[in-house]
Design a binder for this molecule. Structure first.
Ligand code: PMV
Length: 368
């Protein structure tokens, strides 16, 4: 699909008619990647502020491309029209509109504007992979470009990305981390003076080469929509019997993770990464109502992975998002072993389309 919009490419199925090119005030497009958390964000306070700091790796192959065209709105009210893969998506259009309207008091340049938004994801929607981090960060980066073109307020690169991360956080917490490449920390932690609950920052740590360019192969264990939305999931941490201990554990795991990442300690890195993934799922299993998001395939794969690792000493570890799909993390030197494990030793008939081969990436890119 050619991302950039013309009048004839805007489908007639959409309620809104794409404007004449002469009416276009600003147009821009951004490509922004997904990220995978090593230390998980699960639980939040008013204002989309996290209950604990989280640490992620920004990916590269799983990304969203979003084009935003800005015109004056015919109705005079702030409007948003949205297409995903060329098709109208009314539910998501409403979400973007509500988000933009909530920004009006702090972003007066949006008043009376119509944003024509068109997105595509590199990963199939049906793969059960969350697109909110890449999708919302791509949109917020485009909003910052609009703001800068309209007001000149974000001319400095640092200000631009700081604001893009803050806005992305308001749209979807974990999206705040996708604005930067590499290892990214979101949430105030005494280890990083610059860290903040309001926006994410790339860590200043001297990451050991062992952990640079880490692979993240996502094994799609189930293609269904998530059984619990992240908004509901975060809400379930309110009054959760283990919440206070979980938040304390996450603070401590950031510290232990830093030590492992800097010293090249794979064992500790692997232990904390897995402990975080299973703690996230343990929180869901022990909430009221409870949720079990892992599927039989996830568990079979975990069993097989444990045995394979014990037999071979392969340096591969796993994490999970709020869903059933397994993320396998490993250095380049283990690529053949991991491939062999998945294809021949896992005991599951995995097809190439069940495995998304991703790795650490350098962050978003402006493409228009
Ligand atoms: O950004 P949200 O509200 O979709 O929350 C995402 C939470 C997890 O993906 C489960 C963990 C994380 O830190 O990314």
């Amino acid at each position: 699909m050619n991302l950039f919009m013309t009048q004839s490419e805007w489908p007639s199925a959409s309620l809104a008619r794409f404007p004449d090119p002469s009416q276009i005030l600003v147009r821009t497009a951004w490509k922004s990647p997904s990220n995978i958390a090593l230390v998980k964000y699960w639980g939040k306070f008013e204002g989309q502020l996290p209950a604990n700091p989280s640490l992620s790796i920004t990916l590269s192959a799983c990304y969203t491309e979003t084009e935003v065209v800005c015109t004056e709105s015919e109705s005079g009210a702030m409007e948003v029209s949205f297409l995903l893969d060329g098709q109208p998506k009314p539910a998501f259009e409403d979400k973007l509109k509500t988000f933009c309207q909530s920004l009006l008091p702090q972003k007066p340049f949006l008043k009376g504007k119509h944003l024509w938004v068109r997105s595509r994801n590199t990963f199939p929607h049906s793969a059960g992979i969350a697109s909110s981090a890449s999708g919302m960060s791509a949109f917020c980066l485009a909003l910052c470009t609009l703001e800068n073109e309209c007001t000149g307020a974000l001319a400095k690169k640092e200000d631009f990305f700081s604001e893009a991360s803050r806005l992305s956080r308001l749209a979807s917490g974990s999206a705040s981390r996708s604005v930067y490449g590499g290892f990214v920390l979101w949430g105030k932690h005494p280890l990083e003076e610059k860290s903040s609950d309001e926006e994410a920052f790339p860590v200043s740590w001297n990451i050991h080469p062992e952990f640079r360019g880490l692979n993240d192969w996502i094994v799609v264990c189930d293609r269904q929509e998530k059984a619990v939305s992240s908004r509901a999931g975060h809400g379930l941490m309110n009054g959760h019997p283990y919440a206070a201990e979980r938040f304390r554990q996450a603070f401590q795991n950031i510290e232990r993770m830093k030590m492992a990442l800097v010293s090249g300690d794979w064992e500790t890195f692997s232990f904390i990464t897995e402990h975080e993934a299973l703690s996230l799922h343990a929180m869901m299993m022990t909430s009221r109502p409870w949720f079990i998001l892992m599927k039989p395939t996830t568990l079979a794969l975990l069993d097989a992975l444990k045995a394979f690792r014990a037999n071979t000493g392969c340096r591969v570890t796993f994490t999970l998002d709020a869903g059933p799909n397994l993320h396998l993390l490993f250095p380049d030197s283990e690529k053949e072993n991991v491939n062999d494990f998945l294809i021949s030793k896992s005991g599951l008939n995995l097809r190439p389309e069940d495995i998304i081969q991703d790795k650490e990436g350098t962050g978003p890119e402006r493409i228009l």
